[in-house]
Design a protein. Structure first.
Length: 166
């Protein structure tokens, strides 16, 4: 299944509702070229009363339902529409990442089907998976680390060599 149309639709409705969030997790890693799969899309957002209202508007515009899972310490909000194969998680805190502002300051803007999506850096995604240390996160760390190393090597190969002095 091609998730690009779903992600573009979510990004469009986020833009329309004014909700700012940074994509994280395996779907974000896949946008960076990592060979990983996932069944959901994850975002980090700043939890404010205004943003929670925007999440409710987002869910309504997507024809979905907003859930606050019963995890006493969780800051996770899930938007689901089973008939559309839609599951999007919005988290206010993510293990291994200091704050929304710090992740956003390093994020890159990528275009998916004509919609802009802010995507966490691969280094931030790796940090969050290491900190979470769940079996499913450990299972993808090698692939993510290899992708990051390949990207760094590509950048170094493409960088202009320093000019020599005469």
């Amino acid at each position: 299944m091609d998730a690009a149309p779903i992600l573009a639709r979510v990004a469009r409705v986020m833009r329309e509702t004014g909700l700012e969030a940074v994509m994280i997790g395996n779907a974000a890693a896949a946008l960076h070229g990592a060979p990983v799969t996932t069944v959901d899309i994850d975002f980090l957002f700043r939890k404010t009363p205004a943003n929670v209202r925007k999440l409710k508007k987002l869910a309504a515009k997507l024809g979905a339902v907003l859930f606050k899972p019963y995890y006493p310490i969780s800051d996770l909000y899930r938007i689901m529409a089973e008939d559309q194969s839609l599951q999007v998680d919005f988290m206010a805190t993510v293990h291994g990442l200091r704050s929304y502002n710090s992740v956003k300051s390093r994020a890159v803007a990528l275009i998916v089907d004509d919609e802009q999506v802010l995507v966490a850096t691969l280094a931030d995604i790796i940090a969050s998976k290491r900190a979470a240390n769940r079996p499913r996160d450990q299972a993808v760390l090698d692939a993510l680390t290899s992708t990051l190393e390949e990207k760094k090597a590509d950048t170094q190969r493409k960088a202009p060599s320093p000019k020599t002095r005469k």
